[in-house]
Design a protein around this ligand. Structure first.
Ligand SMILES: Nc1nc2c(c(=O)[nH]1)N[C@H]1C(S)=C(S)[C@@H](COP(=O)(O)O)O[C@H]1N2
Ligand SMILES: [Mo]
Length: 197
């Protein structure tokens, strides 16, 4: 594994899911190009089984702002513990959205075309957030700036960078990696890496 990844010591074993190694630094993992998105142009479009609406940057920044410390687990076997972010807790965002009672799944849409699917339950946890700040600085474009999702309890392909929209669905649909063989849920503690469907 060399100098960039190391096996967790015994004191961290319960923090690092099976088959994962600790990364030094914060690797960038992107399929394709980093899109150029600026806060003044950024919007978040709510569609599907919810009242349609489009949030602008200043509207999302006016929501309660929260500090988060969260572990990050990429399915390619690196993990990074205690990443410090600032952003908007998903329940604080959801409080602004009127859902159709049939909504049970979410497709997250991104600038650049990436998508990922979650159950509404997995998406709505209070530990999940929209992040605009990493280590006290504006979220760098490579890490999803100006705004990304972070879902600490699932593999990081669910933590969509450059978020552009939330589409609420009654039935599950598959996002980009989920269509390409990744597990539909992606719990790192259960090693839900690949799909057998
Ligand atoms: N829009 C978008 N979001 C994405 C990805 C991507 O390719 N495009 N890659 C995912 C994967 S596989 C991982 S591990 C994390 C990596 O985030 P990082 O580059 O900030 O480390 O982003 C996730 N979110
Ligand atoms: Mo990943």
């Amino acid at each position: 594994m060399g100098k960039y990844f190391h096996k967790p010591g015994p004191e961290l074993r319960d923090r690092v899911p099976p088959g994962q190694h600790l990364a030094s630094g914060f690797p960038v993992l992107t399929y394709g190009q980093t899109p150029a998105v600026y806060p003044e142009d950024w919007t978040l479009t709510i569609s599907g089984l919810a009242e349609s609406q489009v949030f602008r940057w200043d509207q999302v920044m006016a929501l309660p702002q929260t500090d988060f410390t969260a572990d990050f687990h990429c399915v390619t076997t690196w993990s990074k513990l205690d990443v410090t972010w600032q952003g908007i807790a998903i329940p604080d965002l959801m409080a602004q959205i009127t859902l159709d009672p049939r909504a049970a799944h979410v497709m997250v849409h991104c600038y650049g075309g990436y998508t990922t699917n979650l159950t509404l339950e997995d998406f709505s946890r209070p530990q999940n957030f929209l992040a605009h700040t990493l280590d006290g600085k504006p979220l760098p474009p490579a890490h999803g700036g100006p705004m990304r999702v972070v879902v600490p309890h699932l593999y990081a392909w669910k933590s969509a960078k450059w978020i552009s929209g939330l589409e609420f669905l009654a039935d599950p649909e598959l996002g980009f990696w989920e269509r390409n063989g990744y597990h539909h849920q992606g719990d790192p503690w259960a090693e839900e890496r690949y799909s057998d469907r």
